[in-house]
Design a protein around this ligand. Structure first.
Ligand code: TYD
Length: 205
């Protein structure tokens, strides 16, 4: 069995750039690593992603959003993550269950426990081995999104209050799973963040 590592953090925390560099470095150094992301990662889940993130879907109910994310997660897990782990790979996944706990559970106000229970049905207890939390305040994160011209999605369009809640939600989730989480200071340069993430992953092998 391989190692299942998830990356979490607020918008613009640099996860996506860092994850690509991290996996490249692991592969260059001879490790069997693969990168995937949520919502998405495989065809069915990418289709669900388009519904979730479509800026026109302004009337989407929070529970519908949570259910769609959990459905995409289920398909991604059985179709990609588990088979890759069975092949002995290090699977790096950009967002997983903790995004749902922080965004839908806490920031949308459904409740972390209810979203956890919903996700347990979807993932059947299959939790990550380690989760790296890319720690950056939401103002810095949103500024980075503007500077990098990243495409803005439906959730980016939420106000500051929502993004602060996402950050606070993550703090609650970290308290629930202190052994699984590793905090990475994501206000530092990309090189430094990649080095810190790499060190954590290597430490697990
Ligand atoms: P994405 O463009 O992948 O953003 P990022 O680079 O910040 O990860 O968009 C994913 C969006 O979906 C992001 O706003 C977080 C949100 N999301 C949830 O609200 N709940 C979830 O369970 C997941 C996986 C993502």
């Amino acid at each position: 069995m391989g190692i299942f590592i998830t990356l979490e953090g607020p918008e613009g925390s640099g996860k996506t750039t860092v994850s690509q560099l991290l996996v490249k470095k692991l592969i260059d150094d001879g490790h069997q690593a693969t990168l995937t992301r949520e919502p998405g990662g495989i065809a069915i889940a990418e289709q669900i992603r388009n519904v979730i993130l479509n800026k026109e879907n302004t009337n989407m109910d929070s529970r519908t959003e949570a259910l769609l994310l959990a459905a995409a997660r289920r398909q991604h897990l059985v179709e990609k993550i588990i088979p890759e782990l069975e092949n002995g790979k290090i699977v790096i996944c950009d967002r997983f269950i903790d995004s749902s706990l922080a965004y839908q559970g806490y920031a949308r106000g459904i409740g972390i426990q209810d979203v956890y229970d919903l996700n347990m049905f979807a993932i059947d207890g299959f939790m990550p081995d380690k989760t790296l939390f890319f720690d950056v305040d939401f103002i810095t994160g949103l500024k980075r999104i503007q500077e990098n011209n990243r495409e803005v999605n439906r959730l980016d369009l939420e106000g500051n209050e929502f993004h602060q809640k996402v950050y606070d939600g993550y703090q609650e989730v970290i308290k629930m799973f202190p052994d699984r989480f590793v905090k990475i200071d994501a206000s530092k340069s990309i090189e430094e963040v990649v080095a810190a993430a790499y060190k954590t992953v290597i430490g697990m092998i």
